[in-house]
Design a protein around this ligand. Structure first.
Ligand SMILES: Cc1cc2nc3c(=O)[nH]c(=O)nc-3n(C[C@H](O)[C@H](O)[C@H](O)COP(=O)(O)OP(=O)(O)OC[C@H]3O[C@@H](n4cnc5c(N)ncnc54)[C@H](O)[C@@H]3O)c2cc1C
Length: 468
């Protein structure tokens, strides 16, 4: 236990917590401690006083009560993927949900119930057996918890909307230890708030999602030489807005990974590309992709039929845990010629894993109103992110500098705010800019459910009337 906390917590008090748990209580000095405090982003090096690896809802209630009663900082860890490291903290208590990963598919109702610590790869695996899927992100190791509560942008956004648009209800433990369900019928203010408001309102112990009949898709990348990027971007900005909704494609500046399925002559080349996910009738796929092949001269059109989980996990090997990770984001409404010119100055990312992505937000995601959920930027066309990523800590400055400079050059061409799940800790003004006119309502709901801001290790919404 850290010095700070030892001063406050008697060992007998901690023993009392341990005795009431089904799961593990991990402290500094325990063999499991260093592994348990690691998160996905290796830049984050925090030392919590207590890690409660919850086995069930009862453990979550005990941990929330313990943190509140002992005035400890409290972090909630879902998949541990948060770039800013918001699933962990110094000196406080971490509610680690990684053992709570049960999944139950109801193929008749077309829903899936997922516990708070599951990852998307596990959800895709479970639902694919029934030919069903729900929208998530583009990397299967990401946690369901954080991604969902922040919004959820991915391969199915244009067809099915954001992840939150497919959320039917949540079970959660509130700051006072109470267990509640929130849905359109029950605690509807809370249900509104969790669909984009992050982990500000409590610990979500399980999520219920709507499923869609999506099984085999046609997907993969089309790649072009970097010189052709301005032409590709100009074409893409018009095409993706009017494309059929069952076609999703995110634009990327990338470095081609040095291995199959990429041809050797492209290995380690800096290129631009679009990663497609087509969920329409397979026999019509060639026709839908025909216009893509007429743009410039594609160096690779690696699009083929595959199970949906294969696309969802296609980038996992490129992005294992333990990398240095620094990213900056913004919403984009229009991609002007001037912005494209700026993009070209930074298009050569400094390392293999560093990349810029533009995730489309149109299609089904546009049919939900800007105040229907806290996720206010429904009119945006893309979520843009510059991700500086590398395994070597020696490259920390290089990747951070590239992402920051790139973002600064493009920020003036953005809509203002950013997707909360793709931000570092950037201060209150940036959080408010993300939620715009939804912030006040979030702050009111926060004051009702968490007036003392127990859940503050997140993109924090301050309870209305409090600066705590
Ligand atoms: C490699 C990589 C790829 C990504 N790709 C995408 C993508 O395609 N689309 C996209 O939308 N996002 C993407 N993200 C961003 C991702 O959505 C966020 O990083 C998200 O916070 C990760 O959730 P987590 O549960 O893994 O994180 P954690 O670090 O465990 O938690 C993040 C935050 O969520 C809160 N939280 C987590 N679980 C719960 C819970 N059960 N109850 C209450 N609060 C909880 C935590 O308190 C914390 O504030 C990606 C991130 C990475 C690193």
């Amino acid at each position: 236990m850290s010095d700070t906390t030892t001063a406050v917590l008697e060992e007998s008090v901690v023993e009392g917590l341990r005795a009431g748990l089904r799961g593990e209580l991990i402290e500094p000095g325990n063999e499991a401690y260093d592994e348990a405090r690691k998160v996905y982003n290796a830049m984050i090096d925090k030392r919590p006083a207590l890690i409660v690896r919850c086995a069930d809802v009862a453990d979550v209630i005990a941990a929330v009560n313990f943190a509140r009663e002992n005035d400890l900082p409290l972090a909630i860890r879902g998949g541990g993927h948060n770039g800013a490291g918001l699933g962990i903290c110094d000196d406080g208590l971490v509610i680690d949900l990684s053992s709570m990963k049960g999944i139950r598919v109801d193929p008749v109702d077309r829903t899936v119930r997922v516990e708070g610590g599951a990852t998307w790869g596990a959800v895709d695996h479970a639902t694919h057996a029934f030919g069903l899927a729900t929208p998530s992100g583009i990397i299967s190791t990401t946690g369901v918890g954080g991604l969902t509560l922040g919004g959820g942008l991915g391969h199915l956004t244009r067809k099915c909307g954001l992840t939150i648009d497919n959320l039917l209800s949540v079970d959660m433990v509130l700051a006072d230890g109470q267990f509640v369900t929130a849905s359109a019928e029950e605690n509807d203010d809370l249900f509104w708030a969790v669909r984009g408001g992050g982990g500000n309102f409590g610990v979500v112990t399980s999520f219920l999602f709507k499923l869609h009949p999506i099984s085999t898709i046609v997907g993969g990348p089309t790649l072009w030489e970097l010189e052709q990027a301005p032409e590709v971007m100009r074409w893409y900005r018009d095409f993706i807005v009017d494309a059929p909704e069952y076609l999703n494609g995110f634009f990327a500046f990338l470095t081609v990974p040095p291995g199959p399925p990429f041809p050797e002559e492209l290995h380690l080349k800096k290129m631009c590309g679009i990663v497609w996910c087509y969920t329409g009738p397979e026999e019509e796929a060639d026709e839908v992709f025909a216009p893509v092949l007429k743009v410039g001269t594609p160096a690779l059109h690696g699009v083929h039929s595959m199970p949906y989980p294969a696309l969802q996990s296609a980038f996992d090997a490129l992005y294992p845990p333990g990398m240095q990770w620094y990213w900056k984001a913004d919403f984009i409404t229009e991609l002007s010629d001037e912005a494209i010119e700026q993009h070209m100055k930074y298009a050569e990312a400094p390392t293999l894993q560093s990349a810029m992505h533009l995730y489309p937000i149109n299609g089904a995601a546009h049919r939900v109103g800007p105040n229907d959920t806290p996720w206010s930027y429904r009119e945006a066309t893309w979520g843009m992110v510059m991700a500086g990523v590398d395994p070597d800590p020696a490259n920390k400055e290089v990747i951070t500098g590239w992402a920051r400079d790139y973002w600064e050059a493009l920020h003036q061409h953005s809509a203002g705010g950013a997707y909360v799940n793709m931000m570092m800790e950037e201060g209150q003004e940036r959080v408010k800019a993300s939620y715009r006119d939804n912030y006040e309502r979030l702050a009111r709901i926060k004051a009702r459910y968490d007036p003392n801001n127990l859940f503050h290790i997140n993109q924090n919404i301050k309870p209305q009337g409090s600066e705590r």
